[in-house]
Design a protein around this ligand. Structure first.
Ligand code: SAM
Ligand code: DTB
Ligand code: SF4
Length: 352
């Protein structure tokens, strides 16, 4: 029988009406659906690694890695496979179930494809789910990545089609949609969401959710980022997104795409615990875990462990206690340091 909660013909008016509900009514509705399709006390955790940092020819006005803006980041060539395997092992030992590798590319070229295929094969071999975000892909490339074990491809639509033109001029919304179609056709799961804080209006946020929810199949993963303001980028001085508006968008995503994982993504370190708790209540059930995102800071591991413990939220895999982990940015870039892991601690998960 058809599940009436899963639909892909949302109108802007329908979504606007839901978005404008009294806050408590909106959260009640989203939480009800959240409970129906997910364990409300469980989050999925992904760890992010930048495999090639900076020097990107695109002009995304929010991004530290665009070559057009004078930002203070460490440029890095594509990292060697050994570094990636080491960090993926650390991530797995820390409790991540998915390892997401990001590169500052406009699109994937053939020589980089060969390297990324190796990375995906190795990370998958560690027993982790694999995710990459590499810019635009062709259908053939998507198929080749699927064949070596790629589970997810992240490619965000960021905002509404109308507002996108103001944010990025070096590619079109349709380019993004084409890549998402290639990913879907290849049988790789789709991870696609957006950023709040680009100077957009609420209607742009509603339309972003509408486009994602009206794809033939909803993205399995929907990251909602709060802009990380990077000095040197055109959006450094943007106004902060209102906390309640942010929570409303999480709730809207949950209602429009009830089965998807909604990720509370970049910008969590600017959200207090109460706001994050409300986001989890509204329907967020995935986070990035680890001290670094791609070029910016994430919430600290200790803070996340304390918060999840306070909320009695479980993770899919056990988290290692913070005392056994050291996370730091060493001279080679963003790395979790290699530390011995005690079997005893693995057997005693912080959250079970
Ligand atoms: N170059 C590829 C691309 O654009 O698809 C992959 C890497 S890119 C950094 C991945 C995503 O990170 C972007 O699509 C954007 O949604 C998000 N992002 C980048 N900079 C951000 C920032 N300063 N704050 C929040 N999200 C950001
Ligand atoms: C996504 O939606 N957010 C992540 C991931 N997908 C690749 C990236 C966040 C980047 C935040 C800014 C930075 O660290 O450079
Ligand atoms: Fe390049 Fe991606 Fe950053 Fe845009 S978001 S500048 S495509 S790395």
């Amino acid at each position: 029988m058809k599940d009436l909660n899963i639909k892909n013909n949302w109108t802007t008016e329908e979504l606007q009406t839901i978005y404008d509900l009294p806050f408590n009514d909106l959260l009640w509705k989203s939480h009800e659906l959240h409970r129906k399709y997910h364990d409300p006390n469980k989050v999925q955790i992904s760890t992010l690694m930048s495999i090639k940092t900076g020097g990107c020819p695109e002009d995304c006005k929010y991004c530290s890695q665009s070559i057009r803006y004078d930002t203070d980041i460490n440029l890095e060539k594509t990292l060697p496979l050994a570094d990636i395997i080491k960090q993926a092992k650390d991530a797995k030992n820390s409790g991540a179930t998915r390892f997401c590798m990001g590169a500052a590319w406009r699109n994937l070229n053939q020589s980089n494809l060969a390297k990324v295929k190796e990375m995906v094969r190795e990370v998958k071999g560690l027993g982790l789910e694999t995710c990459v975000t590499l810019g635009m892909l062709t259908g053939q490339q998507a198929t080749e990545l699927k064949d070596v074990g790629l589970d997810y491809y992240n490619h965000n639509l960021d905002t509404s089609e109308e507002y996108y033109k103001k944010v990025v001029t070096t590619r079109t919304y349709q380019d993004r949609l084409d890549t998402l179609q290639h990913v879907r056709d290849a049988g790789v799961k789709v991870c696609s969401g957006g950023i709040l804080g680009l100077g957009e209006e609420n209607i742009d946020r509603i339309k972003l959710i509408q486009v994602l929810a009206n794809l033939e199949n909803h993205p399995e993963s929907v990251p909602i980022n709060r802009l990380v303001k990077v000095e040197g980028t055109p959006y450094f001085d943007n106004f902060d997104v209102d906390e309640f508006d942010f929570i409303r968008v999480i709730a809207l995503a949950r209602i429009a795409m009830p089965k998807s994982y909604v990720r509370l993504s970049a910008g969590r370190d600017t959200m207090n615990d109460q706001m994050q708790a409300l986001c989890f209540f509204a329907g967020a059930n995935s986070i990035f875990y680890g001290e670094e995102l791609l070029t910016t800071k994430n919430s600290t591991i200790q803070h996340d462990q304390d918060l999840l413990e306070k909320l009695k939220i479980k993770t899919q895999a056990p988290m290692l206690k913070e005392k056994n982990k050291i996370s730091a940015k060493d001279s080679g870039g963003n790395k979790l340091k290699d530390i011995p892991i005690s079997v005893k601690d693995l057997q005693k998960p912080l959250v079970s």
